[in-house]
Design a protein around this ligand. Sequence first.
Ligand SMILES: NC(=O)c1ccc[n+]([C@@H]2O[C@H](COP(=O)([O-])OP(=O)(O)OC[C@H]3O[C@@H](n4cnc5c(N)ncnc54)[C@H](OP(=O)(O)O)[C@@H]3O)[C@@H](O)[C@H]2O)c1
Length: 247
Amino acid sequence: MNYYYITGTSRGIGKAFAEHLLENPANYVIGLSRQCSLEHPNYKHYYLDLTDVNAVTDFKFGLHAHAKKVYLINNAGSLGFIKPIGKLEASTIIKNYTLNLIAPSILTNAFIECFDTTDAEKVIVNISSGAARTPIDGWALYCSSKAGLDMFSRVVDAEQKIRAENPLESIHKGFRIFSIAPGVVDTNMQEEIRSASKEDFSRLEDFIGYNENNQLANPKVISEKYFKLLSKINAINGVSISIKDYD
Ligand SMILES: NC(=O)c1ccc[n+]([C@@H]2O[C@H](COP(=O)([O-])OP(=O)(O)OC[C@H]3O[C@@H](n4cnc5c(N)ncnc54)[C@H](OP(=O)(O)O)[C@@H]3O)[C@@H](O)[C@H]2O)c1
């Protein structure tokens, strides 16, 4: 059996990931978010607010001793409020970094600890964004948390490679980790971007244009691209990548 832990399965890209995986009876999906919109015999939902560090810390992965694959997909994320720095509440800053960067770091740490000796294909996929590499006004928390997620992934990958070279550690299968940007996708997040105020966001017209000119990808199509790529895991070059590079 293959086990996929996915954050943010209630809608958008995370829901498309779960639906895609559940087409195969060999897959079991564990979804983590505040709402549940999926029902399937191979789906289990954990109601979890990923801005609540204590709740995230308390989350426990299963054991899955005979799993063929174990995946953690840190997909849940949010722009928070689209406003320039100087106009944000401190509590918004704390919540947004917790959701986008701290929760994925805590979950990845627990995942590696839990499955360290499990002899399966063990993969962490963080959902990044082009915003990790481009400063976009009104998105300071989002850009910096996604940039942090990319670097976090690169460090974990470096650690796994160092471990793999140690003959004392080589009996255990290591973890692969990727931080993959999906491009612009037709989800609630894009609706939120289009509802930002012009005064707080200079690129509002660009994002309205992506929608009007049908430039937003369908989450189902994006999900298929992610799993096609992950099915040839050894052919992936690099850790911090964009799905568009593999079209
Ligand atoms: N859409 C795009 O164009 C685009 C582009 C680049 C990157 N991304 C990235 O893709 C990922 C998915 O985004 P999306 O577009 O699918 O967004 P979305 O449609 O808004 O879905 C976000 C998901 O995250 C979950 N989530 C949000 N806050 C949460 C919280 N406090 N606790 C638990 N779960 C929470 C939501 O579940 P609940 O509300 O039920 O909790 C929902 O399932 C994000 O990391 C985003 O940054 C998206």
